[in-house]
Each structure stands twice: as C-alpha cells, then as structure tokens.
Design a protein around this ligand. Structure first.
Ligand code: C2E
Ligand code: MG
Ligand code: MG
Ligand code: MG
Length: 278
C-alpha cells in the first residue's frame, strides 16, 4: 500500500494500523507452531433437517487455543494462514482429523452423519488436493458419501477451468459440495447451474434480517427458489430464533444450522449429543 501512494508523500500509519500489523505478525509466527504444539482443535456444529428435526451432518470448525493469547477465532487466523502455505498443512490436518472422528462415531454405532469441512481456495489450487482427499478417505476408511466440502461463493464463481475440474473430480469421488456464504457475492446463475454442487448455504447475514428486513426476506426466498429449481439442497446458517425457523419452515428450506439448535460443540459434547439419540 505504501508504495502505491507514490513518491514524496508521507504515509501515515496510525496507532491502530501499527497494532494490527503487530498482531498479524505475532499470530503468523505463533501459527507456525500451532500444529506441532497441538494447539488446534475442531468443534462440530450440527446441521438439522427441518422436516424431521434429525441431525444429518456436522460442520467441522477450526479452533486455536494459544496458551498465552487465548482462543483465537478462525475468522482471524484462517485468513492469515491463507497468506502463507500454512493453510495447506492446517487444512489437511482438519480434513483428516474430522474424517477420522466421524468414522469413529460411525464405528461406535452412532447416527451415521456426514461431516462438512471448509476448504480454502489455496487448498483447491494445490496440485495434490484431490489425491490428498482420496488418501484421507482411504486412510480413515470413511465412505466418501459422508464427506462434504464447503467452498465459499467467491471461489465457486471464479471462471476457472482448473477449479471446475477439481470440483468435478471431487464430485466423481462421491463427495458432496456446498457453496458457503451464498448470496454475499454476485453469482452468475449460469456458473451456478454448471457447477457440480449439491447444496447452497444461505449466508447468516440474510437470516438475521429475515424478520425485519424486507430485502433480506426477498433474497432468502429467491435463494430457496433457485436451489429448488436447480435441484440443489438449501441450508440456512445462523438460525438463532424460533421466528426465523418458522419462516424457513414455511418457505420449505431443507436444513438449518445455528445457535437456536446447537452451538459448535467440542468432540466430547458432540459425542454425548449423538449418544443420547440412540
Ligand atoms: P463459516 O464456514 O460460514 O461458518 C459459520 C460460522 O458461523 C462459524 O463461525 C459458526 O460458529 C458461526 N455460527 C453458527 N451458527 C451461528 C449462529 O446461530 N449465530 C452466529 N452469530 N454465528 C453462528 P466460526 O467457527 O467462528 O468460523 C468462522 C469462519 O472461519 C467460517 O465461516 C469459515 O469461513 C472459517 N473457518 C472455520 N474453520 C475453518 C476451517 O477449518 N478451514 C477453513 N478454510 N475455514 C474455516
Ligand atoms: Mg462453512
Ligand atoms: Mg458461512
Ligand atoms: Mg463465513
């Protein structure tokens, strides 16, 4: 940024900017050790079928517990990891760990749920990604039909043949694909139609506005209708109230995820929930 402002110009760096840069540097250097120091963990948030009320899947969400810095949100450390090659290592660990955990639950005779894992664009662009996923499925013994990968809308809509090819290969393995944070970018409907995806996840911004913002309501209606017309499943994220749920029920949204049902749960809490279902 400083360079682009040209010669003979003072670049002001405010105290906040300095602090932010420092924070990023501290986090980056610590992130390098997070994996080998076992500071990363995964929490699981159930996805519920609106019609049956059954848990059909869990989303794996990364958590970083640093001994001094405390709990660091993935909204902070994932973008930092994405600026380095660390996202590949971290992403691979999360994928492997969550597939392993789901398989363990299946083996215990618990409800055979799917796991949805978030994937960054850098991971998809890594030449070995499809092979890595195949190896993880083989090593953990998890059937590919129990794995869903969540890609954000901005990845999905990139007019890239390479990404299209990777998604097609993943789909051919029997994995399902979801478009996360749907509605936040400007999708070409033609692109969405061509993508080998199974599910649209309505971004929680729209869900939070569903009852008092006419425009959010319209957007949610349109996304649900789009999904139905394209034969895709549709899930709403960030459902926090009964009123929001009622609206989604009425509009025949397929699935819901949010604090109204469950917060993201630790492995042991998630196991308890699944155990209590049998
Ligand atoms: P996301 O994939 O869209 O995940 C949904 C986020 O919404 C999660 O935040 C979840 O805890 C939160 N959430 C769920 N229900 C509710 C609700 O009812 N109300 C509110 N206010 N929030 C709710 P989280 O865990 O902090 O993750 C933030 C983002 O970080 C994720 O957004 C995802 O983009 C990214 N992320 C998390 N784990 C990973 C990962 O393993 N890999 C990658 N690449 N990204 C990840
Ligand atoms: Mg997600
Ligand atoms: Mg999302
Ligand atoms: Mg998000």
């Amino acid at each position: 940024k400083a360079k682009s402002s040209g010669k003979n110009q003072f670049v002001f760096c405010s105290q906040e900017m300095k602090e932010e840069i420092e924070q990023t540097m501290v986090i980056t250097s610590n992130l390098y050790h997070a994996l080998d120091r076992s500071e990363l963990a995964i929490v699981y948030q159930p996805q519920v079928s609106i019609e049956t009320g059954q848990i059909i899947a869990v989303e794996a969400l990364a958590r970083w517990y640093h001994p001094e810095l405390g709990l660091i949100s993935p909204a902070i450390f994932i973008p930092i990891a994405e600026h380095t090659s660390l996202i590949n290592l971290i992403g691979e660990w999360i994928l492997k760990e969550s597939c392993q955990q789901i398989k363990k639950w299946h083996n215990k005779g618990l409800l055979p749920i799917r796991v949805a894992v978030n994937v960054s664009v850098n991971q998809l662009l890594n030449t070995n990604f499809v092979n890595k996923v195949m190896k993880i499925l083989a090593d953990t013994g998890l059937d590919s039909k129990y794995l869903e990968l969540e890609i954000t809308e901005n990845i999905a809509i990139q007019e890239s043949d390479y990404i299209f090819d990777v998604l097609s290969k993943l789909k051919a393995l029997g994995i399902s694909l979801a478009i996360d944070d749907f509605g936040t970018e400007y999708s070409s409907l033609n692109r969405i139609k061509l993508l080998p995806v199974d599910r649209l996840k309505i971004d929680m911004h729209f869900i939070s506005g569903i009852l008092n913002n006419e425009k959010d309501k319209v957007i949610v209606d349109v996304i649900i209708k789009l999904a139905k017309d394209l034969n895709l499943k549709v899930i709403a994220e960030g459902v926090e109230t009964q009123e929001q749920l009622n609206y989604l029920l009425e509009k025949k949204c397929d699935e819901v995820q949010g604090y109204f049902f469950y917060k993201p749960l630790s492995t042991s809490d998630m196991e308890e929930v699944l155990t209590n279902l049998i």
